[in-house]
Write a protein that binds this ligand. Structure first.
Ligand SMILES: [Zn+2]
Length: 789
């Protein structure tokens, strides 16, 4: 507002007659009269004025520092937005947000934050009149996030277009949005990746590698899995955004902007497919359905085609959906991709014949207007995304009262408690994995779950727990978050057709943290009838593995493929967090041989045998094309023969078995999905605690099973079985989904195979799954120390 006055004032001065005593000035010709809208537009910097191109132009991307300059320029020119730095990314880039609303709302931001916080925890309302007063005054809070997946490059640019539109547009709709909505716009949830992908794209422009993914993870540690971190909070970007926006502003709507494959729909919007995770309040599912459908309707009205709803994406895992457990909806949009910023041509008859839940070549109730095929560009992507986000904001503004009232209802129901839910979970303080307990309670605490302690001993189901045990009562606003993460999952048996093969879930099927973290958490059906403390802070525990750091530590090499499997990043993250010393082993190092001179142990993270062997295709420049190849295999064989330890994780175990001709057989090789299926589940694991690999572990533990092998031993004189699945097939599954567990019952899941002077440790599961399976970290760490015969 102040700047408008300055501009108007200086215009007035320029036209004023000379004061007495002043030299008469030459009259300036009258300026053409400009409308307020034109005046506003003139002082708001366009994206082009800072980026040097119009977002959506073919083959044009901007790195993060340039985008940040644009958001700073925009916020300093507009009284409709403010710029905030929320923190620093993994590689030190600023993680930023714009808060966007009317100038009047922005002046009273603290007041609106307080109003929303009161709705988020209705326990403090004394009368319904108080709640009604807040509902009348509060604004819909919307969080739009983008760019979490850095090769979905429309998401780098769409926030700039959206912010510019909201800063410069004077239409009735935009003014209604600004008046009724407080928008938090996070232009990138992964700033490091914006720069990684942009630099790789520019470097390869005009070469055979144009449009390819970079030969490194676009999030330093977790690549694409950064969008599966929204309950475990392992990465700083997740922590920063949850702590500074979700938990402070309690948005009613979270919208995350993504891209999908090229050959399906042009845009996916919710409703999601079944299954919906059962602890999500039904009213939120209704909200997701209403909002996604309304957005699709608006975009169709603009003539956009190829929009699918109720397709591809389900809503089972909480890993992407923090807000579903915090009173708000979480909407995903997925635009079809081009080749990064390079356009593609996709004839209609090359569209996928079947998507999940729809056919891109056929009209159906949830895909009402198929796209005709043809040219598809970055401009198309950013247009669908920007118009989609704008349609969402329009809905948030028009239905402000619905969004706020339903938000309040969801929180009231949670605070009252749902019929059939346990009263509480009890987590004893003693006889627990201290890191697991601290991590689990830390997660609940970050998710704003209140944790209390028992003031007296608790008798529960024949067990007695000491006073001081932690208690999570499931009658509080975010009870659903706690319950979802504390209980075992029972994934429904979904098939492609009755009696047919399994219908794959979009992500994994289990997320039971007590199992993953080696923590006892006991549900109490009824009130505990004892005194509880007020909310307490979670305990802390130091992580580290002294024997794996320093001069006497084994020399560990971690194979780092240019195909950039996410599990390599997770392994690196676990090693860095637990202070395990290691060096990366890239293809040129592996192929050069003499590995025993440099390493005692080499770890192969979870990666398919084909990708380990062949790596990236020949269109990539040196040194990125090709994988370990025949020379790398020979060198690994030599390394083990010379006395080295090769540790192979999950699918890499199949590679090691095949390439080193180990005397074991994968009983799941070539087995079809309808004969055995477990798409990410928690299995029971029986260990031999006398084996060095299982040192310090209980005899009963867990395994994160996900597409891994399971073994029969062919030569028991060369093989030690460290861990097996239970012989009783009914006991295999602890959480999630498995079909035909008898296929793996009694089979070996973790073994050590003697080869020459060395050995290979084969994991049939992921011992460091997404930084969550703390229960089985010791198996991985121990295997690094098995350097004696
Ligand atoms: Zn994505």
């Amino acid at each position: 507002m102040a700047r408008v006055l300055v501009i108007l004032l200086s215009a007035a001065l320029a036209a004023a007659p000379p004061l007495p005593g002043q030299q008469p000035r030459r009259r300036t010709p009258p300026r053409p009269r400009r409308s307020p809208a034109a005046l506003l537009a003139a002082r708001i910097p366009t994206p082009r004025s800072v980026l040097g191109f119009e977002p959506g132009e073919d083959r044009k991307l901007a790195d993060w520092p340039l985008l940040v300059r644009y958001y700073q320029a925009l916020a300093s020119a507009s009284d409709r937005m403010r710029y905030r730095e929320l923190g620093r990314s993994t590689l030190g880039a600023p993680v930023i947000a714009l808060v966007i609303s009317s100038p009047q709302n922005l002046q009273r931001l603290d007041r609106y934050r307080e109003l929303n916080a009161r709705l988020a925890d209705p326990r403090a309302f004394k009368t319904s009149k108080e709640a009604e007063d807040v509902l009348r005054d509060a604004k819909t809070v919307v969080l739009i996030t983008s760019g979490i997946h850095s090769n979905e490059v429309g998401g780098h640019l769409t926030p700039a277009l959206l912010a510019y539109r909201l800063a410069s547009d004077t239409s009735f709709t935009t003014r209604a949005i600004l008046d009724n909505v407080i928008l938090w716009l996070v232009p990138s949830l992964n700033p490091d990746g914006v720069t990684i992908v942009t630099r790789w794209y520019n470097r390869t422009l005009g070469t055979a590698a144009e449009g390819t993914d970079p030969p490194e993870l676009y999030h330093h540690y977790v690549g694409h899995d950064n969008n599966r971190d929204w309950y475990a909070f392992t990465q700083v970007e997740t922590q920063i955004v949850v702590d500074s926006i979700h938990n402070v502003w309690h948005p009613q709507i979270v919208h995350d902007i993504h891209q999908q494959d090229s050959d399906g729909s042009r845009l996916f919007l919710p409703p999601y497919l079944d299954p919906i995770e059962p602890n999500v309040d039904p009213l939120l599912v209704d909200g997701v359905n209403a909002l996604g459908t309304a957005m699709a309707w608006t975009l169709a009205g603009q003539g956009k085609t190829g929009i699918a709803i109720n397709a591809v994406y389900d809503a089972w895992t909480p890993a992407r959906a923090y807000q579903h457990y915090h009173g708000g909806v979480r909407i995903l949009s997925e635009a079809a991709s081009a080749n990064l910023a390079s356009p593609i041509d996709l004839p209609f008859d090359q569209l996928a014949t079947r998507g999940r839940g729809f056919n891109p070549r056929e009209r159906s109730w949830n895909f009402t207007a198929p796209w005709a095929g043809g040219h598809w560009t970055l401009r198309d992507i950013v247009t669908y995304q920007t118009d989609g986000a704008y349609a969402l904001l329009d809905h948030a503004a028009r239905y402000r009262d619905h969004w706020l009232r339903n938000f309040l209802t969801v929180e009231e129901r949670a605070a009252r408690g749902w019929k059939g839910w346990p009263y509480a979970y009890v987590l004893p303080r003693q006889h627990q994995d201290s890191v697991g307990l601290a991590t689990l309670l830390g997660i609940l605490h970050r998710g704003q779950v209140e944790i209390r302690t028992a003031l007296h001993p608790i008798a529960l189901g024949g067990q007695r727990f000491a006073a001081g045990s932690y208690v999570v009562v499931l009658r509080q606003p975010y009870a659903g978050f706690a319950k979802t993460l504390l209980e075992p999952q029972h994934y429904p048996d979904l098939r492609l057709y009755p009696g047919g093969p399994p219908l794959p879930p979009y992500d994994v099927t289990a997320h039971t943290l007590p199992l993953l973290m080696g923590v006892t958490a006991v549900p109490a059906r009824d009130s505990l009838r004892i005194g509880l403390s007020g909310p307490v802070e979670p305990p802390t525990a130091a992580v580290g593995r002294p024997a794996l750091a320093g001069a006497d530590a084994p020399r560990v090499g971690l194979y780092r493929s240019y195909a950039a499997p996410i599990d390599e990043g997770w392994t690196r993250w676990v090693f860095d967090t637990w202070k395990v010393s290691y060096l990366p082993v890239v293809d040129s190092v592996a192929r050069a041989g003499k590995l025993k001179d440099a390493f005692d142990v080499i770890v192969l993270p979870d990666q398919s045998p084909h990708e380990l062997l062949d790596g990236l295709p020949a269109q990539y420049p040196a040194p990125y094309a090709g994988g370990l190849g025949a020379d790398g295999v020979k060198a690994l064989r030599q390394f083990v023969g010379d006395g080295g330890t090769l540790v192979a994780l999950n699918e890499a175990s199949r590679f090691a078995t095949e390439q080193l001709l180990l005397p074991v057989r994968n009983v799941l090789e070539g087995v079809a999905d309808d004969e055995f299926y477990a798409p990410g589940a928690i299995f029971r694991l029986e260990l031999d605690p006398t084996d060095p690999v299982a040192r310090g572990m209980p005899a009963q533990s867990i395994a994160w099973y996900e597409n891994g092998p399971a073994f029969d031993v062919l030569d028991s004189s060369a093989v030690r079985v460290v861990g097996r699945y239970p012989a009783d097939a009914d006991k295999v599954l602890l959480s999630g989904w498995v079909l035909h567990p008898e296929r793996v019952a009694g089979r070996a899941a973790l073994l050590v195979v003697k080869v020459g002077k060395g050995r290979v440790v084969l994991f049939g599961f992921r011992p460091q799954y997404r930084g969550q399976s703390i229960a089985t970290y010791p198996l991985l760490f121990n295997s690094l120390q098995v350097t004696a015969p």
